[in-house]
Write a protein that binds this ligand. Sequence first.
Ligand code: NI
Length: 393
Amino acid sequence: MDSPLLADARALRPDLVAWRRHLHMHPELSYQEQATAAFVRERLAALGLEASPPMAGGTGLTCTIHGVEDGPTVALRADMDALPIQEDSSAPYVSKAPGVAHLCGHDAHTTMLIGAGALLARQRPARGHVRLLFQPAEEAGAGAARMIEDGALDAVAAIYALHVDPRTPVGHTGTTVGPANAAADEIAIEVTGAGGHAAYPHLSVDAVAVAAQVVTAIQHVVSRHSDPLEPLVVTIGTIQGGFASNVIAPSVRMTGTVRTFGPELRKAMPARLERVIHAVAAAHGATATLDVRFGYPATVNDGSLLPDFEASVAAVMGEGRNAQMAPTMGAEDFAYYAQRVPGMIARLGVRNEALGFSHPLHHPRFDLDEDALPLGAALLADVARRWLAGARR
Ligand code: NI
């Protein structure tokens, strides 16, 4: 038998589907979520909930739902931005924005958080407060960090979030305790040689040939210089140089990403890469520079938040529906919240192979089973109520 919360969530399903499809058809890139934020404000207002002034660059907002009695505050977070990818879908709700689409499910995250607000507005917690965080720019630009700068976590004692997961069947969830998502840092390497005629390599310094050796040599930093038991990825994603097939390129520029979990390894990587890059370039008479831009830190989920989450999954979806999942090298800016207060981001199953919902996140054909929407909304509302009921502060 359904809990009152789940019964309410099921009754909300037509609204949730309509909201999600509206957002899906009108995706916006990081820090451009004006229409999305306006839509969230309208929906919250219609529920009798008051949103904060704009924050985090203008498209972020929060909304606090007050319990009957004063008490601690627990936060729930949704990200709102889409990806610069052309969607490949024949669904009636396909993206109307050329080259932009919700292929990471943030339309569902936003929808479920409005839905959780609707449920909590009807069944207010007995004690304490729930703050809904609608953040911009998860995909690029660390929207979470700017939300925190603007006070989104002030007085918050714990934070939960859901991310849709196309590997997990709808009606199931997954959690990872401890390190869950890797830190992601950007690197740019510039190799400088000396250009010349392609027929006379001995009279020039071939930056393409040196760059090729640099690419393979830095994989030794992963396989030979680092503890094999510690996760580490270095990927060169772009490589550019040269003008013509019969001209030796004077320089090559490459960009890539470094993924780590351990803070010590993360800190050590720039120097380790630099040593190899400089030495390989020097061995061939070239020079090279390395630029590192530190990005999202690793996301570390707090195990103390797991029992309430598991209890909520059991209440909303049934016993045995939450699985422990391995960490991933993908990054997630929820990391910034979890650095400040105990946090947990869990995976919400949206897979349904029979309906064709099995493509991975960021795939042009990614789509999700909308049965997950009422489940996710109920889960968020339930875990917030449960955490507040158990909080001894
Ligand atoms: Ni995402």
